[in-house]
Design a protein around this ligand. Structure first.
Ligand SMILES: Cc1cc2nc3c(=O)[nH]c(=O)nc-3n(C[C@H](O)[C@H](O)[C@H](O)COP(=O)(O)OP(=O)(O)OC[C@H]3O[C@@H](n4cnc5c(N)ncnc54)[C@H](O)[C@@H]3O)c2cc1C
Length: 285
């Protein structure tokens, strides 16, 4: 099928983009970033936006910047930008490790980091990263700019607190401490498919014990989030099988699992148990 007819806008500046968006959003106008989620659903006519506001020609939206605290990722930075570490901070290797799990190479060349956040698929790897690291999102409209914490941003399956006329301009990821360890694991039926469950963990070691543990979970519930029950179990423990299995068990017990025709709640809990344990195991190497 072909998409339903739409009017195509190509703003050259952010001000112009938000002005157009303010006009067209009430008429089901949408932002077009990498098009890797929007265009397929338009082709299936599951979405019929009457206007598209293409942000790819706006200068500087494809930039990644770093200061002492944050890595700032502009709205047009593609998934593929992270194939190689974008920073010497351990976050660079973390993002590279995760990026390889997103879809397939051609999709990673077009799809954007911020587009994934705005689309808010529960299984999106970048949404999991943002939730686990407590990212901040910057949204712009004709009313001005506002910062949104990851905890407040994701509100359900493909649902966020972005207003229809707001453009997600950038996402800010806190840099990790230099001694941070991380681990990532996801389960999908085929390479490149969306994850049925995924986990990202980070922590530090203080005198051989886990400190500042973060256990993030994606693909298992309506939105990715940190699992405080698992983090509480890990903090103060020596990294190893006992602590990792106990944390994985706590995560499996803490979730409200998504169910579908292929996946029962029990199966999803099993997957969560496995991906959290494997993410933790991979964090030691
Ligand atoms: C076969 C296939 C497999 C895939 N597998 C995975 C996977 O394993 N993991 C994964 O995470 N993703 C996967 N994707 C999705 C892909 O990562 C998309 O790139 C991503 O979800 C959306 O980014 P985009 O830049 O392409 O956004 P678009 O498709 O352009 O837009 C998606 C939505 O977000 C809105 N939007 C985009 N950018 C902004 C912005 N800056 N401000 C406000 N709203 C905005 C759009 O209006 C639209 O509603 C897959 C896609 C395909 C086709």
């Amino acid at each position: 099928m072909k998409p339903a007819p739409f009017i195509y806008h190509v703003p050259k500046s952010l001000d112009e983009a938000v002005k157009i968006l303010a006009e067209v959003a009430p008429k089901d106008g949408r932002v077009l970033a990498g098009g890797q989620s929007l265009v397929p659903i338009m082709a299936f006519r599951l979405a019929k936006p009457t206007h598209l506001v293409d942000i790819n020609n706006i200068a500087d939206l494809d930039k990644i910047a770093e200061d002492t605290k944050f890595l700032t990722i502009g709205a047009c930075v593609r998934h593929a930008a992270f194939h190689k570490p974008v920073t010497g901070n351990p976050l660079g290797i973390l993002l590279g490790t995760v990026a390889r799990h997103i879809a397939h190479y051609p999709i990673r060349m077009r799809g954007t980091f911020c587009g994934s956040l705005a689309h808010a698929d529960p299984a999106s790897e970048w949404c999991l990263v943002a939730a686990t690291l407590d990212a901040t999102f910057v949204a712009r409209s004709t009313r001005g700019e506002r910062a949104i914490a990851a905890k407040q941003f994701f509100t359900g399956i493909m649902s966020t607190t972005l207003a229809e006329d707001e453009l997600l301009v950038e996402a800010r990821l806190p840099l990790l401490s230099n001694d941070a360890r991380f681990g990532f694991n996801e389960f999908s039926r085929r390479a490149g498919d969306f994850a049925m469950a995924a986990s990202l963990v980070t922590y530090r070691l203080q005198a051989g014990k886990i400190a500042d543990a973060r256990v993030g979970l994606g693909g298992a519930e309506a939105s990715p989030r940190r699992i405080s029950e698992a983090e509480a179990i890990l903090n103060g423990q020596t990294p190893g099988d006992n602590a990792f299995r106990a944390a994985a068990e706590a995560a499996a017990g803490a979730i409200d699992p998504l169910e579908d025709h292929q996946t029962t709640a029990e199966y999803r809990r099993d997957l969560v148990r496995a991906v959290v344990r494997r993410a933790l195991e991979s964090s030691t190497s």
